[in-house]
Design a protein. Structure first.
Length: 102
């Protein structure tokens, strides 16, 4: 049976995002695993794309599995640089140096 996005799930995802330390990043898949939904990385991305409606969360600290920044969100790079996150190139975080070890 398919699970539905509800307020409880949204806040579960956002509470994990809130725990990502300054200067570190997590992946969508990593967050999905932490909430017990291993195969729902896209669901995490969908929730984070609407996070502004639920308060202020450090969603800029979430990247894809390869460290790629969210397409079309130019501010994300500057927010991460400001926190001391390491980059491999213009659009990819250095995951070896900056991934949250949770």
């Amino acid at each position: 049976m398919k699970k539905i996005i509800n307020e409880e799930l949204i806040y579960e995802i956002l509470s994990v995002v809130e725990e990502i330390p300054r200067g570190k990043v997590a992946t969508y898949g990593q967050i999905a695993r932490l909430i017990g939904r291993d195969k729902n990385a896209r669901l995490v991305g969908k929730v984070l794309s609407r996070a502004e409606f639920y308060g202020k969360y450090p969603c800029h600290r979430v990247v894809n599995y390869a460290g790629r920044l969210a397409p079309g969100w130019k501010e994300q790079r500057f927010l991460l640089l400001d926190e001391g996150v390491f980059f491999k190139n213009e659009n990819h975080v250095d995951m070896k140096k900056s991934q949250w070890d949770c």
